[in-house]
Design a protein around this ligand. Structure first.
Ligand code: NAD
Length: 481
């Protein structure tokens, strides 16, 4: 017997989206000097949510100059214990406004409310709490007894975890005494603009945080601005490389968090039911729009048939649809462009000889959707095994020995994360020492915590975010990673 669920929609009425937003510069919302605007839409319905400003060069100059002034006059000289109070206040306001922020995130991004409510927003608050704790203890973080801040940080983030990526960037920067100009992704500006409102509510001194909306060109102008001391970027490897070239030789400190193609490795002694949940969480969480997604399943050959049968059974129970419905597991793809990219890569998978499977699932008429998909008969040469798809698509490969698993896991230009499923602790340690990934999860996947450094190897970037290591990225010290 199958059970059906009645819809359980979260209320849209808890958010108040303005029809139009300016840029947040020097503590105020101002109209862009560029005179340009663009629309942000709900990817689940294609409804226009609001019109936001597109910052041009004069706006970037104004924001950087406001951040410079705030750094010199207020935030730089402020005692760490006083900066901490603002960070605590921001963390508390995020908690108080969590329902509103979760709904806003799901509307603008397309992710299920269950995820924005239970993952994105609580983790964003946790990042501010954690870094508030550090603001007056930097002398004890292992960077000498008086580590200095850098100055003005230019921060550019992607659309997959808009508020959470903002928190990963802004919380350590402020805790370490820097001021910030942040550019959210062009398809998901609304929670960053809500955060600007939170800065006002927290009485954060003007200019400490500035938010510039816009697309790639705005990001380029920001990271190339000569009065910026630090650049922090999360996004695609391609843009990361362009930024590294632009920043080379300028003396700006740089961290890059880029793409991934993680191996999720299942040994024959793994607890299969838990591993199935780990596979699902690894690649179908947030529609697979996760840089550290477990997009390559490496399963030991002897259990492949059992794992695939259990996985397909489980995928048949996932619910795709309205992101605001609390029962939804798979929401909308963030944009038409991203959907096109997923479609193109999955078509290449079939063309190259892999076998495609998706559970029966109704696709809504409007909006951007892609069903959870599994590819078998995948070889390491296939594009779907090499390139980041950034969608709900799993490529299944097999191995016979631990050595082969390591070799296949490392056969990628990326090195962000990996998962290992086995009951043997010794094997976990043996594998973790050999897999070239910044984060290795054992018998779990996609777990995040502000105390834990996150970052990659090779084309996944460099520098760490979170933990003590992440503080080093915002202080005038040698990078510890
Ligand atoms: P993207 O690189 O196209 O865009 C990311 C951000 O950079 C956006 O705000 C965009 O406007 C801006 N941008 C674009 N061109 C720029 C330029 N020339 N100079 C400065 N800024 C520019 O990536 P995306 O499609 O938005 O995001 C998806 C990518 O992000 C994936 O590859 C994913 O793996 C990666 N990602 C990595 C992490 C991580 O922590 N490693 C986290 C999330 C996403």
């Amino acid at each position: 017997m199958t059970f059906d669920y009645a819809p359980a929609p979260e209320s849209r009425a808890v958010v108040d989206i303005a029809p139009h937003y300016g840029l947040f510069i020097n503590g105020k919302f101002v109209e862009p000097r560029s005179g340009n605007y663009f629309k942000t839409i709900n990817p689940a319905s294609e409804e226009v949510l609001s019109e936001v400003s597109e910052a041009g060069q004069a706006d970037v100059d104004a924001a950087v100059s406001a951040a410079r002034k705030a750094f010199g006059k207020v935030w730089g000289p402020m005692e760490g214990r006083d900066r901490a109070k603002y960070l605590f206040r921001i963390a508390r306001i995020i908690q108080e406004r969590s329902r509103e922020l979760a709904v806003l995130e799901s509307l603008d991004n397309g992710k299920p409310i269950r995820e924005s409510r239970d993952v994105d927003v609580p983790l964003a608050a946790a990042h501010f709490f954690y870094h508030a704790g550090w603001a007056d203890k930097l002398a004890f973080a292992g960077f000498g007894d008086n580590p200095q801040s850098l100055g003005v940080a230019a921060q550019v983030i992607p659309w997959n975890f808009p508020l959470l990526m903002l928190a990963w960037k802004i919380a350590p920067a402020l805790a370490c005494g820097n001021t910030v100009v942040l550019k959210p992704a062009e398809t998901t500006p609304l929670t960053a603009l809500a955060f600007a409102d939170i800065c006002q509510q927290a009485d954060l001194p003007p200019g400490v945080v500035n938010i510039l909306t816009g697309a790639g060109e705005t990001g380029r102008m920001l990271v190339e601005h000569p009065d910026v001391d630090k650049v922090a970027f999360t996004g695609s490897t391609e843009v990361g490389k362009a930024i590294q070239r632009a920043v080379a030789g300028t003396g700006k400190k740089l961290t890059l968090e880029l793409g991934g193609k993680a191996a999720n490795i299942i040994f024959d002694d793994a607890p299969i039911d838990e591993a199935i949940e780990g596979i699902v969480n690894g690649i179908y969480f947030n529609q697979g729009h996760v840089c550290c997604a477990g997009s390559r399943l490496l399963v030991q050959e002897s259990i492949q048939a059992d794992v695939l049968a259990a996985l397909k059974r489980r995928l048949g129970t996932l619910r795709l649809g309205d992101p605001l419905d609390k029962n939804t597991d798979i929401g909308a793809i963030n944009s038409r462009d991203q959907l096109t990219k997923i479609e193109e890569l999955t078509e290449s998978g079939e063309a190259e000889g892999a076998q495609r499977w998706s559970p029966a699932c109704a696709i809504p008429e409007k909006g951007f959707w892609f069903p959870p998909t599994v590819f078998t008969n995948v070889t390491q040469a296939h594009r779907i095994a090499r390139e980041e798809i950034f969608g709900p698509v799993l490529s299944v490969l097999t191995f016979r020995t631990p050595d082969e698993a390591v070799e296949k896991a490392n056969n990628t230009p990326f090195g962000l994360s990996a998962g290992i499923w086995t009951e043997k602790g010794s094997r976990i340690l043996w594998m973790a020492n050999r897999v070239k990934a910044g984060v290795v999860w054992a018998n779990t996947f996609n777990r995040f915590d502000p105390t834990s450094p996150f970052g990659g190897y090779k084309e996944s970037g460099f520098g760490r975010e979170g933990g003590i290591q992440g503080l080093g990225a915002y202080l005038a010290v040698e990078d510890p990673s």
